[in-house]
Design a protein around this ligand. Structure first.
Ligand code: UD1
Ligand code: MG
Length: 450
């Protein structure tokens, strides 16, 4: 059984009305990735033979997100949100083609780990149906698992249909269920909508199975793995679980987090050994932090690589395409975008570095702005190795500063500067000796005569 082919069916239609959102529920993010993305990633870790996604009509954005995460996914539309069993039926062509096991997942349960799903599927070795079960602190809203004396699931009672006694059952349905396709087809055909919501519930399958002498077993998982998201509060709770896992993982890989609860990770943040992360740091998607990097407080970064031994912040902002070299220093109130700052280079205070290369060991002074945008197109700036950009300079791109060149402070540089040269583009300083006394004298006389 364990080796029979596996089809994963992910349900992503349904109303999701409690989110109060124009965005489909399953596209809301946790750790910088959509719920759907998390579920498909967990499913693909199982190395399933095929994955089917059921979505509502006119949900091109959901389909695109699914195909981005898992290009081989086959999508089906459920014309109306008539319930989870009806949603599985929408994937009938995939079910008909398939021989073996079927794992049904809800796209609104994004915290499920691949190991948990594997245990669930392995539950089929001992039963016809495996139901992922958990014991939430507050079971309200979840389906309750009714067990027989032997611990088999004889029914799942939805919250709205449960009696007072059934509501006291602590063991709940996490949403994921595994079947053999041969059993599933017959069960789906018999599920009706005689319940308080008037929906076709997939959760009716175990009770129907029991009538046929088929068995359903609960497979227990941790509460954190099971959280289903129907509201923004639940989304925030899942985010908190995600973040606490990501913080632990970073620390286990060798990062010091001075105040872990203030550091925010994305699903793909990579951090190395002997990294120090001070409080209030936000990692958007696509960040790699190599060994020995020190991130001072209050930094924000997305699609950025910080190479070995770089030291950045406090208050640095790295937008997509930032690459900070080995041992480079980026200080407070510096913004970098689509730029390579090479090994040992420094921009310690108040600067904008966009669409550029800052060569090895170059020094970018306080207040330097790379003027990369003319209102129509972006242009590049190249600062040569060892160049020194004096404070408060504007480098108007496209422009090239040669190796080892100096730029005088306050310059507005519009032309290339040769290697080793001084580029100076500011009004020359004048000095008028004794001017202040004459000025005062003149002004006082004018005041008297007025
Ligand atoms: C469901 C379960 C409940 C379980 C809980 C766990 C049913 C009937 N109930 O309740 O036992 O404790 O999940 O989180 O299965 N969907 C469709 N089409 C539909 C309806 C739903 O695709 O017509 C999808 C939704 O997008 C969602 C998933 O199925 O991803 C579950 O639907 P939802 O309405 O959230 O069910 P719950 O009330 O959470
Ligand atoms: Mg739900």
């Amino acid at each position: 059984m364990t080796d029979s082919p596996l089809l994963v069916v992910v349900l992503a239609a349904g109303k999701g009305v409690r989110m109060q959102s124009d965005l489909p529920k399953v596209l809301h993010s946790i750790g910088g990735r959509s719920m759907l993305g998390h579920v498909l990633a967990a499913a693909s870790a199982l190395k399933a033979d095929a994955t089917a996604l059921v979505l509502a009509p006119n949900m091109a954005a959901v389909r695109e997100e699914a195909q981005r995460i898992l290009p081989g996914v086959e999508t089906f539309e459920q014309p109306e949100p008539l319930g989870t069993a009806n949603a599985v039926l929408a994937a009938k062509p995939a079910l008909m083609r398939h021989k073996g096991r079927v794992l049904v997942l809800f796209a609104d349960s994004p915290m499920l780990q691949p190991e948990t799903l594997q245990r669930l599927v392995d539950g089929l070795d001992a039963a016809n149906i495996a139901v992922l079960a958990f014991k939430p602190g507050d079971p309200a809203g979840y389906g309750r698992l009714v067990l027989d004396a032997g611990g088999r699931v004889t029914a799942i009672r939805e919250d709205k249909d449960a009696s007072e006694e059934e509501k006291r059952i602590e063991l709940c349905n996490a949403g994921a269920m595994a079947f053999r396709v041969a059993d599933l087809a017959g069960l789906l055909a018999r599920i009706d909508n005689s319940n308080s919501k008037g929906e076709y519930y997939l959760t009716d399958a175990p009770a129907l199975a029991a009538k046929d002498g088929l068995t359903a077993t609960p497979v227990l998982c941790r509460v954190e793995d099971a959280s289903g998201i129907n509201s923004r509060e639940q989304l925030a709770a899942a985010e908190a679980i995600f973040q606490s896992r990501a913080r632990s993982a970073a620390m286990q890989r060798g990062a010091t987090l001075i105040a872990p609860e203030t550091v925010w990770f994305s699903f793909d943040t990579v951090t190395g050994r002997d990294v120090t992360i001070e409080p209030n740091v936000f990692f958007g998607p696509g960040v790699v932090v190599e060994d020995g990097v020190h991130i001072m407080a209050n930094c924000h970064m997305t699609q950025t690589r910080l190479r070995r031994g770089a030291r950045v912040g406090p208050f640095a902002r790295f937008r997509p395409g930032t690459d900070i070299g080995h041992g480079a220093r980026i200080g407070n109130f510096v913004e970098v975008k689509n730029a390579i700052v090479e090994a040992g280079a420094k921009a310690n205070h108040l600067a904008y570095i966009g669409d550029a290369r800052v060569g090895e060991s170059a020094n970018v002074g306080a207040g330097t702005i790379l003027c990369n945008y003319d209102g129509f197109a972006k242009h590049r700036t190249d600062i040569g190795n060892g160049a020194f950009i004096g404070s408060n300079s504007s480098l108007v791109a496209p422009v090239k500063i040669g190796e080892g060149a100096y730029i005088g402070s306050g310059s507005v540089i519009t032309k290339d500067v040769a290697p080793g040269a001084l580029g100076l583009a500011r009004a020359p300083q004048e000095e008028r000796p004794g001017w202040v006394a004459k000025f005062r004298h003149f002004m006082q006389r004018r005041k008297k005569t007025a």
